[in-house]
Write a protein that binds this ligand. Sequence first.
Ligand code: ZN
Ligand code: ZN
Length: 254
Amino acid sequence: MTTETRTCQNCKTSFTIEPEDFEFYEKMKVPAPTFCPSCRFQRRLMFRNERVLYRRMCDLCKKSIITVHDPKKRRIVYCSPCWWSDKWDALEFGVEYDPQKNFFEQFRKLQEKIPVMDLVNSYTTLESSEYVNHAGHLKNCYLIFNADYCENVCYASGATYVKDSLDLLSVGANSEFCYEDIMSGKSSRLFFSEDCFECLMFISQKTCVAVAIVSDAQICATSNTIFITNLIQEIYTKKNLRSCASIRMLRWRI
Ligand SMILES: [Zn+2]
Ligand SMILES: [Zn+2]
């Protein structure tokens, strides 16, 4: 079997299928793809709706709710208090599996029949936290997604063990008082920064580890990234990265 170039039926770009791919499809008894790898990846991600919210009615108590399920879709949706209650029995919705029939068709029928939760949360661990999804163990949080163990956090995705912070993407590991940060952790008072870990009082920096700055004046004076990079390099060579001593040394140097 040779390499074959196909045109994606969705985005119309060309993609190749290697001989070993054909062997795999043959082994799995599935047809070769007609979508390119990017479009196939998008379709796989469609199964999980993390941040698109809809308003619809709970199919049990009839109250208006916020949910991840589009009201146009044929799903039975219960609000969290109903879904987690004993007001219904999931076993009553069970169906017999028939190995002679297509699995996915049977799975689809089951999905349309059984009630689903409005938001995918560990509902009983949430306290005063509205508009959150794929979340658990939150207190006083609002509009955060894919989050656990947060308190006083708003507008975030991928936050774990974060306190008193806003506008975050993938920030965690006991961070606090942070704003507008991406892929950072174990930091305090970190603002407009990316890939920063174990940093204290830091603004608009990228890829920094164990850096501490003590006042606004010093932040301005040390905004030269090369200067900071050199200091980090010194810490690396002294092999005391991540230690308190390294942070104290850096404070002194700055
Ligand atoms: Zn495509
Ligand atoms: Zn309800």
